[in-house]
Design a protein around this ligand. Structure first.
Ligand SMILES: [Zn+2]
Ligand SMILES: [Zn+2]
Ligand SMILES: [Zn+2]
Length: 273
């Protein structure tokens, strides 16, 4: 299975085009892996998680044919993950040579937002909507998925996704702070090949940070995985969803996680399971 990290930043992107903080200035100077667009991953070209405003740029940069995406999983409706108006470019008359709908999975807010943003007549032709519920498994066009509860925006049922495909399992774990108890309980019986974790914060003494994870929380999750056997023996952890406010650039994160064998995602990174 191919897991392609299209974007690895939180909402502002790195550098934030409006910002003159030290990290943003350093990022402009260094370029390369320090440059981050808003977070999304693409699995085997056909399953995409989230639709950030940078999706057009991702398609150009990495030569992605977005018409091949059959399943789009939405974690929550924050603007760095969800941009339904832009999906209008997939409707009849705007996009040619497509004969299947894009299946969109998300909470009620995400699905209702798509129905309001996109022409009703395209429902069934170019879009198919699936409201999903926490801990209820769904067979999609390309994988078996289970939405899990996140600890993120208290005004929305923010979701993480457990994805099973070709005998491999992935936890798509952002945006969230320390997982809610129900999610930990559910994960106990589901060994992972790959956990993708939120690392919006930098160094922070809080091992169980709320709303987003930081370096210490990611390490604490790794310890909990080890204690409970949630991660398979050769399972990988990859941190993503970074901000300038962490006051660290890519190499600083690499340095911080190196002793723990945790990988730091960068835009365009690809891993194979
Ligand atoms: Zn986010
Ligand atoms: Zn900045
Ligand atoms: Zn968010």
């Amino acid at each position: 299975m191919k897991v392609h990290f299209l974007g690895t930043a939180a909402a502002e992107g790195v550098p934030n085009p409006f910002c003159h903080c030290e990290v943003c200035e350093k990022t402009r100077h260094l370029g390369g892996r320090n440059i981050r667009s808003r977070t999304s991953v693409l699995i085997d070209e056909t399953l995409k998680v989230d639709y950030p405003p940078d999706s057009f740029y991702h398609a150009l940069r990495d030569r992605i044919d977005l018409s091949k995406v059959e399943d789009l999983l939405i974690t929550h409706t924050h603007c760095d993950h969800y941009n339904p108006a832009d999906l209008e470019m997939r409707i009849e008359g705007f996009a040619h040579g497509i004969d299947k709908p894009l299946h969109i999975y998300g909470n009620d807010l995400a699905i209702q937002g798509c129905r309001l943003a996109l022409p009703t007549l395209q429902e069934g032709k170019r879009f198919a909507y699936h409201r999903v519920l926490p801990f209820k498994e769904v067979q999609t066009q390309t994988a078996k998925i289970t939405p899990l509860l996140a600890d993120h925006d208290p005004m929305e049922t923010c979701l993480l996704y457990y994805i099973e495909k070709d005998g491999k399992t992935i936890l798509y774990g952002n945006d969230t702070g320390w997982f809610p108890d129900e999610t930990w309980e559910w994960l106990k019986t589901k060994p992972l090949d790959l956990a993708i974790l939120d690392c919006t914060g930098g160094y922070n003494s809080n091992k169980r940070s709320r709303n987003h994870m930081c370096i210490e929380t990611v390490l604490e999750v790794q310890s909990a995985f080890e204690r409970t056997g949630i991660l398979k023996a050769r399972g990988q952890i990859i941190a993503t969803h970074f901000t300038h406010n962490a006051e660290l650039v890519h190499d600083d994160f690499v340095e911080a996680f190196k002793p723990y064998d945790i990988q730091v995602a960068y835009d365009g990174m690809t891993v194979y399971l």
